[in-house]
Design a binder for this molecule. Structure first.
Ligand code: HEM
Length: 175
């Protein structure tokens, strides 16, 4: 686990418990905690977002067909509405949203976050980073699992070679 992830998680506070006295208590968050919701409940979420409830993003990269590609598409897919689509107030046209209408204002805009290493500060770069992060958040062990998979295949390949030689040796004198 990257220390930076632990540090970012610790900036948030989560409710845990109950403790030995039966009381709930707040503590700094760990990477294994759920993302704390900025809203107390879904009604409050809808009330502050024009009637639409924002989805929980913690597993969204696995919950949608296309995963991170879908997220990248949504984040970069805002455009002028196609001529036959009428938008109500608070609705936005998005090329990649199924149905093309979305009740989320574009969350990213050019130059919104400064990169210290000179990475271009464009929406497409931000969208790549956010989608990449959300894929990691949805399945943090993916890379480790795939690395083990490669090692297992290499082992099986070598083992098959050894077994082949053993078989040849054992059956060498059988006519
Ligand atoms: C970069 C950060 C964000 C990402 C990656 C993101 C991602 C998404 C995605 C993928 C959807 C489509 C829902 C689906 O597939 O079911 C969505 C919907 C929505 N998002 Fe965001 N979002 C972000 C930031 C925000 C922010 C800052 C707000 C509010 C201030 C917001 C409010 C909403 C709402 C209200 C919807 C529901 C839209 C509807 O039902 O039509 N999002 N978001």
């Amino acid at each position: 686990m990257l220390p930076i992830i632990k540090a970012i998680a610790a900036e948030y506070s989560v409710t845990d418990g109950p403790d030995d006295e039966g009381e709930m208590f707040d503590r700094p968050a760990l990477p294994s905690d759920r993302f704390p919701s900025p809203y107390p409940n879904s009604k409050a979420a809808a009330a502050t977002n024009n009637g639409a409830v924002p989805p929980d993003l913690s597993l969204i990269a696995k919950a949608r067909v296309g995963g991170p590609d879908y997220l990248y598409g949504i984040l970069t897919g805002y455009a002028e509405p196609a001529h036959d689509i009428e938008l109500l107030p608070g609705q936005y046209y998005n090329k990649y949203m199924p149905g093309n209408v979305l009740a989320m204002a574009p969350p990213l805009s050019e130059g919104i976050v400064a990169y210290e290493d000179g990475t271009p500060e464009h929406v497409s770069q931000y969208a790549k980073d956010v989608s990449h992060f959300l894929m990691w958040a949805a399945e943090p062990k993916l890379e480790a699992r795939k690395a083990v998979g490669v090692k297992v295949f290499l082992f099986l390949l070598v083992f098959a070679g050894i077994m082949y030689r053993v078989k040849k040796k054992i059956w060498a004198n059988a006519h």
